[in-house]
Write a protein that binds this ligand. Structure first.
Ligand code: COA
Length: 259
């Protein structure tokens, strides 16, 4: 790790969907750099297992609350309660997401609604709930949404998730403008395919699409969870203080077509 070990000392972060996948990499990196971190997701067994692993493997104490980002009340109470226990919130990472492969022709209205609800509405709920706390952040609050490069190109067979993520990107631009005067920076990171995630395991490898996808990545490999965590640290720490309303693509220069 090449960041100063105390870079995030005194910072307090919430990471939604922080028990698994990219979210867990982000939590680990924030915690190892000194931040207090609280994670929120739907399944207590995942949260408990993750918190135990963070303690045993990394020596970091992570807090958790059960919450569904789709439900405004659930987000409000998890956010409020974590803010009280941590003494505030400086960093919000909107990482929780839901997705599945389905040709749009076959997608039911409820399937569409479910993904929009988790990804886009969930991000809105989390930003609203964190706002009063982010306004009080010492060096300016940071909102970092985890998007995807396919929000820019279109996402055939996951149009629901592509549309939701494109909405998240636009939301970040609006928040950067509206909440900038509160000192809040709002940005998004667009990962390409990242090893060991549902996005690669279930949506690419299990569909037999690895070679086809790797051919479109000039750097010739899938990314690591740490690549995304490092981009989060850049945006969350003083290094990112003049960056707002924009994207950091961490995708090996992937080319998905029109964007
Ligand atoms: N293909 C087509 N439609 C699907 C589907 C699939 N693979 N998976 C879910 N849906 C549809 C359901 O049929 C339902 O619509 P219907 O009522 O018209 O039948 C709707 O989506 C809601 O599904 P349900 O399973 O009730 O929702 P849920 O809230 O329990 O879970 C997800 C929704 C997205 C979280 C679920 O698909 C899931 O668990 N995905 C795996 C985890 C994940 O997404 N991780 C992130 C990867 S990037």
């Amino acid at each position: 790790m090449s960041f100063a070990a105390d870079l995030l000392q005194g910072k307090r972060a919430i990471v939604t969907g922080g028990a698994t996948g990219i979210g867990a990499h982000i939590v680990r990196r924030l915690g190892l750099l000194g931040a207090k971190v609280g994670i929120v997701s739907r399944k207590e067994e995942n949260l408990q297992a993750a918190v135990n692993a963070f303690a045993a493997d990394d020596g970091i104490e992570v807090l958790y609350r059960v919450g569904d980002v789709r439900a405004e009340d659930s987000v409000q109470s998890a956010t409020q309660s974590l803010a009280e226990e941590m003494g505030g919130i400086d960093i919000l990472v909107c990482n929780a997401a839901g997705n599945f492969i389905c040709p749009t022709e076959e997608l039911s209205p409820n399937g569409w609604r479910t993904v929009i609800d988790i990804d886009l509405n969930g991000t809105f709920h989390c930003c609203q709930a964190a706002l009063p706390h982010l306004k009080q952040a010492n060096d300016g609050g940071r909102i970092i949404a985890i998007s995807t490069t396919q929000a820019n190109s279109g996402w055939p067979t996951a149009a629901h998730a592509g549309a939701a993520k494109a909405g998240i990107q636009n939301l970040m631009k609006s928040l950067a403008a509206e909440w900038g005067p509160y000192g809040i920076r709002a940005n998004w990171i667009s990962p390409g395919p990242i090893k060991g995630t549902e996005g690669v395991d279930r949506l690419i490898i299990a569909q037999g699409r690895s070679d086809e996808v790797l051919e479109r990545i000039p750097l010739g490999t899938f990314g690591d969870g740490e690549d995304i965590a490092n981009a989060v640290v850049y945006l969350a720490s003083p290094t990112g203080k003049y960056v707002s309303g924009t994207e950091i693509a961490v995708d090996g220069a992937a080319r998905w077509g029109r964007s």
